[in-house]
Design a protein around this ligand. Structure first.
Ligand SMILES: O=P(O)(O)OC[C@H]1O[C@H](O)[C@H](O)[C@@H](O)[C@@H]1O
Length: 280
Protein backbone atom coordinates (compact mmCIF):
# COMPACT_ATOMS: atom_id res chain seq x y z
CA UNK A 1 0.00 0.00 0.00
CA UNK A 2 2.33 2.72 1.26
CA UNK A 3 6.04 2.95 0.51
CA UNK A 4 6.64 5.33 3.44
CA UNK A 5 7.46 3.97 6.92
CA UNK A 6 4.48 2.61 8.80
CA UNK A 7 3.99 2.14 12.52
CA UNK A 8 1.84 -0.81 13.61
CA UNK A 9 0.51 -0.47 17.13
CA UNK A 10 -1.17 -3.45 18.77
CA UNK A 11 -2.60 -3.42 22.30
CA UNK A 12 -2.63 -6.65 24.35
CA UNK A 13 -6.40 -6.97 23.77
CA UNK A 14 -5.88 -6.93 19.99
CA UNK A 15 -6.96 -3.32 19.33
CA UNK A 16 -4.69 -1.92 16.62
CA UNK A 17 -3.86 1.13 14.60
CA UNK A 18 -1.55 1.79 11.71
CA UNK A 19 0.16 5.16 11.29
CA UNK A 20 2.15 6.49 8.36
CA UNK A 21 5.14 8.69 9.22
CA UNK A 22 4.36 10.39 5.93
CA UNK A 23 1.92 13.05 7.15
CA UNK A 24 1.87 11.77 10.76
CA UNK A 25 -1.22 10.13 9.40
CA UNK A 26 -3.35 7.49 11.09
CA UNK A 27 -4.47 5.05 8.38
CA UNK A 28 -6.39 2.37 10.23
CA UNK A 29 -8.15 1.75 13.54
CA UNK A 30 -9.47 -1.69 14.46
CA UNK A 31 -10.88 -1.74 18.00
CA UNK A 32 -10.60 -5.01 19.95
CA UNK A 33 -12.94 -7.55 18.37
CA UNK A 34 -14.33 -5.06 15.84
CA UNK A 35 -13.72 -4.31 12.17
CA UNK A 36 -12.03 -1.27 10.61
CA UNK A 37 -13.57 2.03 11.72
CA UNK A 38 -11.75 4.50 9.46
CA UNK A 39 -12.22 5.12 5.77
CA UNK A 40 -9.10 5.01 3.60
CA UNK A 41 -9.53 5.64 -0.09
CA UNK A 42 -8.30 2.78 -2.30
CA UNK A 43 -7.24 5.49 -4.75
CA UNK A 44 -5.00 7.30 -2.28
CA UNK A 45 -1.57 7.81 -3.81
CA UNK A 46 0.85 7.53 -0.85
CA UNK A 47 3.35 9.74 -2.62
CA UNK A 48 5.77 11.84 -0.55
CA UNK A 49 4.55 15.43 -0.50
CA UNK A 50 0.94 14.44 -1.33
CA UNK A 51 -1.87 14.24 1.19
CA UNK A 52 -3.33 10.80 1.91
CA UNK A 53 -7.10 10.55 1.33
CA UNK A 54 -8.78 9.06 4.38
CA UNK A 55 -7.68 8.04 7.87
CA UNK A 56 -6.82 11.03 10.05
CA UNK A 57 -5.00 13.86 8.25
CA UNK A 58 -3.42 16.44 10.56
CA UNK A 59 -4.34 19.93 9.33
CA UNK A 60 -1.70 22.37 10.61
CA UNK A 61 -0.91 25.29 10.77
CA UNK A 62 -3.84 26.26 8.55
CA UNK A 63 -7.30 24.80 8.17
CA UNK A 64 -8.56 24.56 4.57
CA UNK A 65 -7.85 27.62 2.46
CA UNK A 66 -8.21 30.11 5.28
CA UNK A 67 -4.80 31.71 4.75
CA UNK A 68 -1.91 31.84 2.34
CA UNK A 69 -0.39 28.41 3.05
CA UNK A 70 -1.08 25.24 1.02
CA UNK A 71 -4.59 23.87 1.72
CA UNK A 72 -4.75 22.39 5.25
CA UNK A 73 -1.12 23.44 5.90
CA UNK A 74 2.04 21.40 5.57
CA UNK A 75 1.89 18.85 8.41
CA UNK A 76 -0.17 16.33 6.41
CA UNK A 77 2.41 16.21 3.62
CA UNK A 78 5.58 16.28 5.75
CA UNK A 79 7.64 13.32 6.92
CA UNK A 80 7.30 12.94 10.70
CA UNK A 81 9.76 11.28 13.05
CA UNK A 82 8.87 8.35 15.31
CA UNK A 83 9.80 9.26 18.90
CA UNK A 84 8.55 6.14 20.69
CA UNK A 85 6.34 3.11 20.32
CA UNK A 86 5.33 1.01 23.33
CA UNK A 87 2.91 -1.68 24.35
CA UNK A 88 1.58 -1.18 27.89
CA UNK A 89 -0.35 -3.55 30.16
CA UNK A 90 -3.64 -2.68 28.49
CA UNK A 91 -2.83 -0.28 25.67
CA UNK A 92 -0.34 0.66 22.98
CA UNK A 93 1.05 4.13 22.39
CA UNK A 94 3.09 5.85 19.69
CA UNK A 95 4.51 9.36 19.70
CA UNK A 96 5.46 11.16 16.48
CA UNK A 97 7.17 14.51 16.08
CA UNK A 98 7.45 17.22 13.47
CA UNK A 99 9.76 20.21 13.92
CA UNK A 100 10.28 23.30 11.87
CA UNK A 101 12.72 22.88 8.99
CA UNK A 102 14.08 25.01 6.21
CA UNK A 103 11.05 24.03 4.11
CA UNK A 104 8.50 25.00 6.79
CA UNK A 105 10.32 28.23 7.72
CA UNK A 106 10.32 29.26 4.05
CA UNK A 107 6.50 29.46 4.12
CA UNK A 108 5.82 29.84 7.86
CA UNK A 109 8.61 31.65 9.71
CA UNK A 110 8.28 30.04 13.15
CA UNK A 111 10.17 27.62 15.36
CA UNK A 112 7.76 24.94 16.56
CA UNK A 113 7.48 21.36 17.64
CA UNK A 114 4.38 19.29 16.96
CA UNK A 115 3.79 16.04 18.78
CA UNK A 116 1.15 13.52 17.81
CA UNK A 117 0.40 10.85 20.40
CA UNK A 118 -1.81 7.94 19.45
CA UNK A 119 -3.10 5.53 22.07
CA UNK A 120 -5.24 2.50 21.37
CA UNK A 121 -6.95 0.20 23.83
CA UNK A 122 -10.13 -1.89 23.72
CA UNK A 123 -12.74 0.10 21.82
CA UNK A 124 -11.08 3.49 22.34
CA UNK A 125 -8.69 5.52 20.23
CA UNK A 126 -7.07 8.69 21.63
CA UNK A 127 -5.30 11.11 19.31
CA UNK A 128 -3.49 14.00 20.91
CA UNK A 129 -1.87 16.86 19.04
CA UNK A 130 0.45 19.21 20.91
CA UNK A 131 2.23 22.28 19.60
CA UNK A 132 5.03 24.17 21.32
CA UNK A 133 6.48 27.50 20.24
CA UNK A 134 10.19 26.66 20.46
CA UNK A 135 11.49 30.07 19.39
CA UNK A 136 13.59 32.57 21.36
CA UNK A 137 11.96 34.77 24.03
CA UNK A 138 11.88 37.80 21.73
CA UNK A 139 10.51 35.92 18.69
CA UNK A 140 7.05 36.84 17.40
CA UNK A 141 4.08 34.77 18.63
CA UNK A 142 2.84 32.08 16.26
CA UNK A 143 -0.78 31.58 15.25
CA UNK A 144 -2.40 28.56 13.73
CA UNK A 145 -5.69 26.91 12.88
CA UNK A 146 -5.83 23.13 12.97
CA UNK A 147 -7.93 19.99 12.72
CA UNK A 148 -7.77 16.25 13.22
CA UNK A 149 -9.63 15.50 10.00
CA UNK A 150 -11.00 12.05 10.91
CA UNK A 151 -12.63 10.00 8.12
CA UNK A 152 -15.09 7.60 9.76
CA UNK A 153 -15.92 4.54 7.65
CA UNK A 154 -19.67 4.04 7.24
CA UNK A 155 -21.62 1.28 5.49
CA UNK A 156 -24.17 3.60 3.94
CA UNK A 157 -24.23 7.35 4.49
CA UNK A 158 -28.04 7.32 4.14
CA UNK A 159 -28.30 5.53 7.47
CA UNK A 160 -25.98 7.86 9.39
CA UNK A 161 -26.86 10.62 11.84
CA UNK A 162 -24.76 12.93 13.99
CA UNK A 163 -26.05 13.99 17.37
CA UNK A 164 -24.86 16.75 19.70
CA UNK A 165 -24.87 19.82 17.50
CA UNK A 166 -28.20 21.43 18.46
CA UNK A 167 -28.08 25.16 19.14
CA UNK A 168 -24.69 25.69 17.52
CA UNK A 169 -23.89 28.24 14.85
CA UNK A 170 -22.14 26.87 11.81
CA UNK A 171 -20.50 28.16 8.69
CA UNK A 172 -21.78 26.33 5.65
CA UNK A 173 -18.73 26.19 3.38
CA UNK A 174 -20.85 25.01 0.42
CA UNK A 175 -23.38 27.85 0.58
CA UNK A 176 -20.85 30.29 2.11
CA UNK A 177 -23.38 31.36 4.73
CA UNK A 178 -23.79 31.08 8.48
CA UNK A 179 -26.74 29.25 9.98
CA UNK A 180 -28.03 27.77 13.21
CA UNK A 181 -28.29 24.03 13.75
CA UNK A 182 -31.78 23.76 15.22
CA UNK A 183 -32.13 20.01 15.52
CA UNK A 184 -29.97 17.74 17.55
CA UNK A 185 -29.80 15.26 14.72
CA UNK A 186 -27.96 15.89 11.51
CA UNK A 187 -29.15 13.31 9.00
CA UNK A 188 -26.30 13.09 6.59
CA UNK A 189 -27.81 11.18 3.69
CA UNK A 190 -30.88 13.42 3.28
CA UNK A 191 -31.36 15.32 0.05
CA UNK A 192 -29.88 18.78 0.44
CA UNK A 193 -27.34 17.73 3.02
CA UNK A 194 -25.25 15.69 0.64
CA UNK A 195 -22.25 17.80 -0.21
CA UNK A 196 -22.03 18.64 3.45
CA UNK A 197 -19.24 20.95 4.60
CA UNK A 198 -19.89 22.72 7.87
CA UNK A 199 -17.76 24.28 10.58
CA UNK A 200 -19.65 24.16 13.89
CA UNK A 201 -18.35 26.80 16.29
CA UNK A 202 -18.06 26.48 20.05
CA UNK A 203 -18.63 22.74 20.28
CA UNK A 204 -16.03 22.75 23.08
CA UNK A 205 -16.15 19.53 25.08
CA UNK A 206 -19.63 18.36 24.18
CA UNK A 207 -19.35 14.90 22.62
CA UNK A 208 -20.74 14.10 19.19
CA UNK A 209 -22.36 10.75 18.61
CA UNK A 210 -22.42 9.18 15.17
CA UNK A 211 -25.05 6.48 14.78
CA UNK A 212 -25.46 4.03 11.93
CA UNK A 213 -28.08 1.39 12.66
CA UNK A 214 -26.82 -0.29 15.82
CA UNK A 215 -23.27 1.02 15.61
CA UNK A 216 -22.42 4.14 17.59
CA UNK A 217 -19.13 6.00 17.72
CA UNK A 218 -18.67 8.75 20.30
CA UNK A 219 -16.32 11.59 19.39
CA UNK A 220 -15.05 13.40 22.48
CA UNK A 221 -12.59 16.28 22.34
CA UNK A 222 -10.58 18.61 24.53
CA UNK A 223 -8.63 21.69 23.52
CA UNK A 224 -10.54 21.97 20.25
CA UNK A 225 -13.33 24.56 20.17
CA UNK A 226 -14.95 23.64 16.86
CA UNK A 227 -16.00 20.62 14.84
CA UNK A 228 -16.19 20.14 11.10
CA UNK A 229 -18.57 17.71 9.43
CA UNK A 230 -17.70 16.96 5.82
CA UNK A 231 -18.91 14.70 3.07
CA UNK A 232 -18.28 15.63 -0.57
CA UNK A 233 -21.43 13.98 -1.97
CA UNK A 234 -21.45 12.36 -5.42
CA UNK A 235 -20.71 15.39 -7.60
CA UNK A 236 -17.80 16.82 -5.65
CA UNK A 237 -16.46 13.30 -5.05
CA UNK A 238 -16.31 12.73 -8.82
CA UNK A 239 -13.90 15.67 -9.01
CA UNK A 240 -11.51 14.17 -6.45
CA UNK A 241 -8.94 12.13 -8.37
CA UNK A 242 -7.97 10.14 -5.26
CA UNK A 243 -11.54 8.98 -4.44
CA UNK A 244 -13.54 6.24 -6.18
CA UNK A 245 -16.92 7.37 -7.56
CA UNK A 246 -18.90 5.78 -4.71
CA UNK A 247 -16.37 6.65 -1.99
CA UNK A 248 -18.51 9.49 -0.61
CA UNK A 249 -21.22 7.04 0.51
CA UNK A 250 -18.74 5.08 2.64
CA UNK A 251 -17.29 7.91 4.73
CA UNK A 252 -18.11 10.83 6.95
CA UNK A 253 -15.51 13.24 8.26
CA UNK A 254 -16.03 14.35 11.86
CA UNK A 255 -13.17 16.67 12.65
CA UNK A 256 -11.99 18.16 15.93
CA UNK A 257 -10.88 21.65 14.91
CA UNK A 258 -9.83 25.12 15.93
CA UNK A 259 -10.93 27.36 13.08
CA UNK A 260 -13.05 30.25 14.40
CA UNK A 261 -10.35 31.55 16.74
CA UNK A 262 -6.75 30.77 15.78
CA UNK A 263 -4.52 29.53 18.61
CA UNK A 264 -1.79 32.00 19.49
CA UNK A 265 1.37 30.90 21.30
CA UNK A 266 4.13 33.07 22.74
CA UNK A 267 7.69 31.63 22.77
CA UNK A 268 7.80 28.75 25.25
CA UNK A 269 4.02 28.28 25.31
CA UNK A 270 2.21 25.09 24.29
CA UNK A 271 -1.24 24.04 23.20
CA UNK A 272 -2.74 20.54 23.42
CA UNK A 273 -5.85 19.17 21.74
CA UNK A 274 -7.30 15.69 21.92
CA UNK A 275 -9.87 13.72 19.94
CA UNK A 276 -11.05 10.44 21.46
CA UNK A 277 -13.16 7.95 19.55
CA UNK A 278 -15.07 5.25 21.32
CA UNK A 279 -16.96 2.47 19.62
CA UNK A 280 -19.93 1.66 21.86
O1 LIG B 1 -9.50 17.63 -0.38
P1 LIG B 1 -8.83 18.09 0.89
O2 LIG B 1 -7.79 19.15 0.64
O3 LIG B 1 -8.25 16.95 1.67
O4 LIG B 1 -9.94 18.76 1.78
C1 LIG B 1 -11.07 18.03 2.13
C2 LIG B 1 -12.07 18.87 2.93
O5 LIG B 1 -11.52 19.19 4.18
C3 LIG B 1 -12.39 19.88 5.11
O6 LIG B 1 -13.36 19.03 5.61
C4 LIG B 1 -12.99 21.13 4.51
O7 LIG B 1 -14.03 21.62 5.32
C5 LIG B 1 -13.51 20.87 3.11
O8 LIG B 1 -13.87 22.10 2.51
C6 LIG B 1 -12.49 20.15 2.25
O9 LIG B 1 -13.01 19.92 0.97
Amino acid sequence: MSSSPLVDLVAPDGARVQISLQGGHLLSWKPAGAPEQLYLSPRSEFTPGKAIRGGVPVCFPQFAERGTLPKHGFARTALWELVSQDQGKDDALAVLRLKDSEATRAIWPHAFELELSVRVSGRTLDIELACEHTGQPDDAPLQFTTALHTYLRVGDLDAVSVEGLAGLRYFDSVKQTEALQRMDLLLTGEKGVLDLDRIYFGVKERPLVVTEDRRQVVFAHQGFDDAVVWNPGPERCAQLADMPAEGWSEMLCVEAANVGRPIELQPGESWVGRQSLQLL
